[in-house]
Structures are given as C-alpha cells and as structure tokens.
Ligand binder design. Structure first.
Ligand SMILES: C[C@H](O)[C@H](O)[C@H]1CNC2=NC(N)=NC(=O)C2=N1
Length: 100
C-alpha cells in the first residue's frame, strides 16, 4: 500500500498545489479544488480526460459536477489520507484543466 505523506515531505509536496488553488480538508486527510470552466461541455471534457488518467493509475477522484464547475476531493482511501498518488493526480488535473 502507498504510504501516507508526513512531515516535511508532505509540506513540500503540498506547497505547489496550494499555490494552484488546492486546499486541505479540515482533517488533513484530503485535498480539494473547485475547477470552473466556460461551459458544461468543457467541464465534461475535463472529467473525461481525468477519468482515463485515473483509471490508468488505479487512483480515482471523488468529484461533483454542477453545470460548468467540477468540485474535486483527492484522498487515498486505502491509506486513510494523502499519499503521493493524490499529489500526482492533482498535478495531472491541473494540466488537464489548463489544456481546455
Ligand atoms: C483495488 C484498487 O486498487 C483500490 O480500491 C484503489 C482504487 N482507486 C482508489 N482511489 C482512491 N482515491 N483511493 C484508493 O484507495 C483507491 N484504491
């Protein structure tokens, strides 16, 4: 199982994501971001791209789509918190959103 991120490694991994709009949840067990697109089709295109990335990695977002927004929560359920898998998927999601 992938290990929970802790201490300095955790802080270092989170810093660039926080700079790009990700926030920790109140328990420190997940990171969250609200992506806003121009319209529903762009939001859904983003979700389609991310779905393929997530399946390939066997690591899946918790998310909610309302019209042109996608609210995302990333956590490694098996580990009970944040792991490098969440950090990497968050970065991939930033890239996928920028591509739209
Ligand atoms: C069996 C399979 O590898 C696991 O259930 C995977 C699937 N996708 C997952 N996604 C997330 N976000 N956390 C997990 O712990 C997880 N586990």
């Amino acid at each position: 199982m992938t290990e929970l991120l802790k201490g300095t490694a955790r802080d270092k991994a989170l810093a660039p994501l926080v700079a790009q709009g990700w926030t920790e949840n109140s328990h420190g067990t997940a990171i969250e971001k609200r992506f806003v697109f121009r319209n529903f089709v762009e939001a859904f295109a983003f979700m389609t791209r991310v779905a393929l990335l997530a399946e390939k990695r066997d690591h899946h977002p918790d998310w909610r789509n309302v019209y042109r927004t996608v609210e995302v929560t990333l956590s490694t359920h098996d580990a009970g918190g944040l792991t490098v898998k969440d950090i990497e998927l968050a970065q991939k999601m930033n890239e996928a959103a920028a591509y739209v």
